[in-house]
Design a protein around this ligand. Structure first.
Ligand SMILES: [Zn+2]
Ligand SMILES: [Zn+2]
Ligand SMILES: [Zn+2]
Length: 336
């Protein structure tokens, strides 16, 4: 069995899992990973925009490429490091492929902490998002739009291409390098084509979004500065990927936004203006002022910086002239 087959059959990325060793004799890891990259760009460029089936395989193969290539580097550091528990590693199990291998997130942590590989936070975020969308796809079917997958995938592809060049190729023999060089070139060209296509669409959007810069945020689905909050429906609209936020609407968008930035669920509050639990505290950057982190409601689009919390119920409220330190409801109950 090849690595590809075992990868595709696995359910999630949160659990350690069985895997065949990445050094499979018939298909060495770097060659295998680069082959996955080629498949990703083939699926992304097959149709315009890519259909559901192409998107599905683009996401699955991108996740497989990420895992195989990152692990190839970790394995170069030491083969035992690809075990979920390196202390249980034996050469015999490694060679037969009978072991629980570490998760992709674990691989990144080991690359950073042990192998001294520099991977910036933004990229780690993209990879985590990729794992998340792969799992969502595997379990619930694809819910991300074509534009969103494309724009996200291109960032991970960009990172992996650089990673292959700086971290993996230098350790290969000239013969092995020759084997992957042509494919890498094709992948690079396709990635640049997709990038310039995305850039053209963003340029076209510029005029459209000029008047709403103070309500435009980075879309948590496609990572483009194209999501406008506070529209008529009380739901954010991304002008780039047109992500549909489904039943959870503004709350779902806010949830994904904060997850990508803070991994802290404490920052979403019910908005005192519209009542929807979509007020993100101190973590939103708007296009008009991307250097400041503000508090913004993803439902009604109202800016609510530095709201006081009610002394009685601890809910955030908009203070009026009087200074009792209570929200409207508690004040009403207290003065009755
Ligand atoms: Zn978007
Ligand atoms: Zn609101
Ligand atoms: Zn209160």
């Amino acid at each position: 069995m090849t690595v590809s087959e075992s990868n595709e059959e696995r359910a999630g990325d949160d659990e350690p899992k069985r895997s065949t060793p990445d050094h499979a004799v018939d298909f060495p890891p770097v060659e295998n990973g680069v082959d996955y990259l080629l498949s990703v760009v083939e699926h992304l460029t097959a149709e315009k925009p890519p259909g559901p089936r192409h998107l599905k395989y683009a996401v699955l193969h991108l996740q497989a490429a990420t895992e195989v290539l990152l692990k190839a580097r970790l394995q170069r550091e030491h083969w035992s490091l690809v075990f979920a528990k390196p202390e249980t590693a034996t050469r015999k199990n490694f060679e037969s492929g009978t072991f629980d291998s570490c998760t992709t997130e674990g691989t990144i942590a080991r690359l950073q902490g042990i192998a001294g590989v520099v991977i910036d936070d933004k990229t780690v975020g993209y990879v985590k998002d990729l794992i998340k969308s792969r799992n969502a796809l595997q379990h619930y079917g694809l819910t991300y739009s074509a534009r969103s997958v494309e724009s996200h995938a291109v960032k991970v592809l960009d990172f992996l291409l650089a990673f292959v060049h700086t971290e993996l190729l230098p350790a290969l023999s000239p013969d092995e390098v020759r084997k992957v060089a042509g494919t890498l070139e094709t992948v690079g060209e396709d990635v640049r084509t997709i990038q310039s296509f995305i850039k053209r669409r963003l340029n076209r959007l510029k005029g459209e979004l000029r008047a709403v810069q103070d309500k435009t945020v980075e879309c948590p689905s496609c990572d483009q500065w194209a999501m406008v909050v506070g529209g008529q429906e009380g739901e954010p609209t991304c002008h780039f990927c047109h992500q549909n936020w489904g039943d959870r609407g503004a709350n779902g968008a806010a949830d994904l936004y904060q997850w990508a930035r803070t991994e802290d669920s404490e920052v979403i509050e019910p908005c005192p203006t519209c009542g929807v639990k979509a007020l993100l505290l101190d973590c939103v950057q708007v296009a008009a002022d991307p250097l400041t982190r503000c508090s913004l409601c993803f439902g009604c689009g109202t800016r609510h910086d530095d709201l006081p919390a009610c002394n009685a119920c601890e809910k955030l409220y908009v203070p009026d002239k009087d200074t009792m330190g209570l929200c409207g409801e508690c004040e009403y109950l207290a003065t009755r």
